[in-house]
Design a protein around this ligand. Structure first.
Ligand SMILES: Nc1ncnc2c1ncn2[C@@H]1O[C@H](COP(=O)(O)OP(=O)(O)OP(=O)(O)O)[C@@H](O)[C@H]1O
Length: 356
C-alpha cells in the first residue's frame, strides 16, 4: 500500500471509531501523516477533545487492529508527543505512533549446528528480523510457568551463545542444561546426592565470586587500555528461584550480593548473566539485578499476574499475543531496538540427540 492510500485508510478508520465529540478529519479536526518508521496523528487545535494519554491509547487500539498484520504498532507507556516543523500554531505538534513492519515471525531452524556455524560472531537471532547484539546487552532473563517453553528457549540460547561466549552453567534441576553442558564441554555446576542445598548454593557463590574477580581483572585492563576487547563470558542459571528459596540466610545474602554486583559491573567487561525462572519476584533475584536486566523474555501465559515482575508498567491492552507453544513477549533495552515490548515466538529447531 502506498503512503497516501495508507493515510486515507487510517483516517477512515479513525473517523469511524474514534468518536471525539463528532470531530473528524472531514471537519478538519485532525489529519494523519504516514512516515517510514510510523505515523503521525496531527490534531488541529484548539479542539473540543483533549489530546492526552487516553486519546493516544484509543488511537493506538484502533490503528493497531486495522494495521495488523502489515505493521505492528510499538506500545508506548504514555502519549508520544513530537513537535512539527511548521509556523502554524494550530498544527505544530503531533502524536507519533512508531511501528515495525509486519508482525513477529518465528525462526524455523532445520539444522541448529549449521545455523550456528553460519552465524556471525556476537549475533543472537531471536525472530526473523529481530537479532540481539551480544555487545550491546548484559543480562538476559527468561520467565515462564512450567511447560511454557523456558527450557526449550534456554537450549536455543545455549547453542547460539556458545559461538560467541564462554558458558558456565548452573543447573539446580540437573536436567537438560547439564546434558547440554556435557555434550558441549561447558562447565556445569549441579547438585549431587551427598550435599545439602546450602552447600550447593555455596559452590554457586564460589563460581560467581570467580566471575566477579574476572570483572575486576578486566576493569584493570580497561583502566590502562579503554579499547581492550574481551571474550564474552556468560553465567547461565536455570531455575534461579530453586537456588534462592530455602537456603541459609547468609548464603542467600551472598548469592544476592554477587548477582547484583555482576549485573551492575559486568557490562564493560563483557560478563553476562542468563537467568531462567518461573518468576522474577524479589525472592528470586535482588531488585538491583532485576533493574539491570536488558533482555526480558516472558513465555507462556501472558496476563497482568505473569508480567508483573518483568514488565510492571505494561498495559496489555491492544498487544496481539501470538498463540501456541513457545510464545510470549520480549523487550530488549539497548541502543538498537525500539524501547517497546514486542510479541515473541521463540525459535523452533531440530531435536538435539542425547540432550532433549
Ligand atoms: N519454540 C518452540 N518450538 C517447538 N516446540 C516448542 C517450542 N517451545 C517449547 N516447545 C515445546 O513445548 C514443550 C514444553 O517446553 P519446555 O519443556 O521448554 O517447558 P518449560 O517451561 O521448561 O517447562 P518446565 O519448567 O516444566 O521444564 C516441550 O515439549 C517443547 O519441545
Amino acid at each position: 500500500m502506498k503512503k497516501k492510500e495508507l493515510e486515507s485508510y487510517l483516517l477512515r478508520a479513525l473517523n469511524m471509531a474514534l468518536q471525539i465529540n463528532g470531530e473528524t478529519s472531514y471537519t478538519n479536526s485532525f489529519s494523519v501523516k504516514v512516515a517510514d518508521e510510523g505515523f503521525y496523528f496531527i490534531p488541529r487545535l484548539p479542539a473540543s477533545y483533549v489530546v492526552n494519554d487516553e486519546l493516544y491509547q484509543k488511537i493506538y487500539l484502533i490503528s493497531n487492529a486495522v494495521l495488523y498484520p502489515d505493521f505492528t504498532l510499538l506500545k508506548q507507556a504514555g502519549a508520544y508527543f513530537v513537535p512539527l516543523a511548521t509556523e502554524d500554531i494550530h498544527v505544530k505538534r503531533a502524536l507519533f505512533f512508531p511501528w515495525k513492519n509486519g508482525i513477529s515471525k518465528r525462526l524455523i531452524i532445520p539444522d541448529i549446528d549449521k545455523f550456528v556455524a553460519d552465524l556471525p560472531i556476537n549475533k543472537v537471532p531471536v525472530m526473523e528480523n529481530f537479532t540481539i547484539n551480544l555487545d550491546k546487552v548484559t543480562s538476559i532473563a527468561i520467565a515462564g510457568n512450567s511447560g511454557s517453553g523456558k527450557s526449550y528457549a534456554l537450549t536455543y540460547f545455549l547453542c547460539v551463545l556458545n559461538k560467541s561466549s564462554i558458558l558456565i552453567i548452573v543447573d539446580p534441576k540437573f536436567d537438560m542444561p547439564s546434558r547440554w553442558g556435557r555434550e558441549n564441554n561447558a562447565k556445569v555446576i549441579a547438585p549431587s546426592d551427598n550435599r545439602s542445598k546450602s552447600d550447593f548454593v555455596s559452590s554457586v557463590n564460589d563460581e560467581l565470586s570467580k566471575c566477579l574477580e574476572l570483572i575486576h581483572q578486566r576493569q584493570q585492563v580497561l583502566y590502562t587500555n579503554p579499547q581492550a576487547d574481551f571474550e564474552h563470558y556468560t553465567v547461565v542459571i536455570d531455575e534461579v528461584l530453586a537456588l534462592s528459596d530455602g537456603v541459609a540466610k547468609p548464603i542467600k545474602e551472598a548469592f544476592f550480593s554477587l548477582l547484583s554486583q555482576i549485573s551492575l559491573l559486568g557490562r564493560a567487561s563483557k560478563v553476562h548473566l542468563l537467568l531462567v525462572s518461573q518468576r522474577f519476584d524479589n525472592n528470586a533475584i535482588p531488585i538491583s539485578c532485576r533493574e539491570q536486566l536488558n533482555v526480558l523474555i516472558q513465555v507462556g501465559n501472558i496476563n497482568s499476574k505473569t508480567t508483573q515482575f518483568l514488565f510492571p508498567d505494561l498495559s496489555l491492552e491492544g498487544i496481539v499475543i501470538p498463540q501456541g507453544i513457545g510464545t510470549g513477549l520480549i523487550q530488549v533495552i539497548d541502543s538498537e531496538h525500539p524501547f517497546q515490548i514486542v510479541p515473541l515466538l521463540t525459535p523452533t529447531f531440530n531435536n538435539l540427540k542425547g540432550i532433549m
